[in-house]
Design a protein around this ligand. Structure first.
Ligand code: AHR
Length: 495
């Protein structure tokens, strides 16, 4: 059975830039994300560059990772940066109170993180400690990193091996301060944000984007209270939204699920748009000219941890279903590109909807990774609006759009169209008029499988990977695509 959809791609309209920062990442001191997943240490048998796994570096370079947020998450509001600088054998061992009370050696600290970002060509995004820290500690961190004069903190940085200051653009002022970051009322947080932001200065020509802590999903009360009190001091405002489709204490499994759970995750993944719209409404009131960016700096699927792994480690498998969630979410960020300027999927290695899984020396790239790789053609390209009329995917009395489509034109003039078909069984035929696109050739790739929970394991790391796609043709200014069920397709249209 096949559904029918019609569309018009407006190649003659400018839908704004799709910032590459919508394809951002997040690494927390949580489970095996930093330790094992990124940092193995210089003495490790696992091939590494200054202590960071080479396989992970190569994989992240291949998706042109635009930015990396660190050190949390919840961990950020109990992180004291001085613990993580200086000779590694002198750094204090601390208890990670948020994630399993495991001991953190602080081997991975400010220098290790900022040097890694340089190596990757990614912008660092630091999450500062508001919950258990002080304004002085945060302003000192900014000086230590960015000041090029002869202050004591800049000298300390030099003693620790870094002569030139780093450039630091993105600075989060707290994380989830309505919850793990201090259980604050929004009015109280708004005042703290203003206070902390005041002391985090632009030093030595560095320019900070100070990111205020935004809501959990579509919390209107938090949005209204924080934005009405503190918008003047912020350059960006964050938002967190996870997809669970289940209660917190009874999460769904990452693999081994039926169509009902396939559907419910794909259906609920679209809730992120509501959270974005709720924040946008309030931001438009205080900032109609859209000076302040909305950063969706934590998003993704959240399942039950894998059997025989600790609950606090948030280690989950990643299947074709997650690849589709990624495609739908990235398309929604494209649609809201006039306000949404950054997004960070949680998290980059071994935690939640990860790009990469590691086990000792082995590494697996997940289906979600492959979507980020396929979609990198959209980085910093101009969005081309698409009007789509397509069928719904109905299951058990509920429905969600079967298709999600987005298009862009890159700097070389090539047009790229990405398509998600959420339907578990039905192919979709899209007939798409091309306005202002003079292409005659089309090539593509597809990510799909016969099983709903297809995934990659250490035994079968290449089970699910993109393949060449020949189901599209362009004739007389019209694009026709036969989109397979449960798939992500990316097309390139050229002369
Ligand atoms: O990503 C895992 C956790 O989810 C983060 O630490 C926190 O910010 C959020 O609740």
């Amino acid at each position: 059975h096949a559904g029918e959809a019609t569309a018009t791609l407006h190649g003659d309209r400018d839908g704004g830039v799709i910032s590459r920062h919508l394809y951002g990442h997040f690494a927390e001191h949580l489970g095996r994300c930093i330790y094992d997943g990124i940092w193995v240490g210089e003495e490790s048998d696992i091939p590494n560059t200054s202590g960071v796994r080479n396989d992970v570096i190569e994989a992240l370079k291949a998706i042109q990772i635009p930015n990396l947020r660190w050190p949390g998450g919840c961990y950020a509001d109990d992180y004291h940066w001085r613990d993580g600088v200086g000779p590694r054998d002198e750094r204090p061992v601390r208890v990670n109170i948020h994630w399993g009370q495991v001991l953190d050696t602080n081997a991975f600290g400010t220098h290790e993180f900022l040097n890694l970002c340089e190596l990757l060509g990614a912008e660092p995004y630091l999450a500062g400690n508001v919950g258990s820290g002080t304004p002085q500690e945060l302003r000192d961190w900014v000086e230590y990193i960015t000041y090029d004069g002869d202050s004591e903190l800049a000298e300390l940085r030099r003693e620790h091996g870094r002569e030139e200051p780093w450039k630091l653009k993105y600075l989060g002022v707290g994380n989830e301060n309505w919850g793990c970051g201090g259980e604050m009322r929004p009015e109280y947080y708004a005042d703290l944000f203003r206070r902390y932001a005041t002391f985090c200065r632009d030093l030595s020509g560095n320019r900070l984007v100070r990111v205020a802590c935004g809501p959990n999903g579509g919390d209107r009360k938090w949005n209204a209270a924080v934005l009405s009190r503190a918008s003047r001091q912020m350059q960006a405002y964050s938002l967190h939204q996870y997809t669970l489709a289940a209660p917190w204490n009874d999460k769904l499994p990452a693999t081994g699920f039926d169509e009902a759970k396939w559907f419910s995750i794909l259906h609920d993944s679209r809730n992120i748009e509501n959270a974005i719209q709720v924040a946008e409404e309030e931001m438009d009131k205080v900032d109609p000219n859209k000076r302040i960016g909305l950063f969706v700096d934590e998003w993704g699927t959240w399942y039950r941890e894998e059997p025989n792994t600790p609950g606090y480690g948030l280690y989950q498998q990643n299947s074709l279903r997650d690849a589709l969630v990624a495609g739908i979410s990235l398309h929604l960020f494209h649609e809201h590109n006039d306000r949404v300027r950054m997004a960070n999927i949680a998290q980059v290695v071994n935690v939640l909807q990860a790009m990469i899984l590691t086990e000792g020396p082995d590494m697996v790239l997940t289906p979600t990774y492959h979507v980020f790789e396929m979609f990198k053609v959209h980085h910093d390209a101009t969005r081309l609006p698409v009007d789509l009329k397509g069928p719904d995917y109905e299951f058990d009395g509920k429905k969600t759009p079967a298709l999600s489509v987005s298009a862009s034109r890159d700097g070389d003039g090539a047009v790229h169209v990405s398509i998600v078909n959420t339907h578990a069984h039905d192919a979709m035929t899209i007939t798409c008029g091309l306005e202002g696109v003079s292409s005659s050739a089309v090539a593509g790739r597809v990510l799909t499988a016969s099983e709903l929970d297809a995934h990659n394991t250490f035994a079968k790391p290449h089970n699910l990977e993109p393949e060449d796609f020949d189901g599209a043709k362009v004739e007389d200014g019209e694009l026709t695509v036969e989109v397979p069920p449960r798939s992500v397709v990316v097309l390139s249209l050229t002369e």
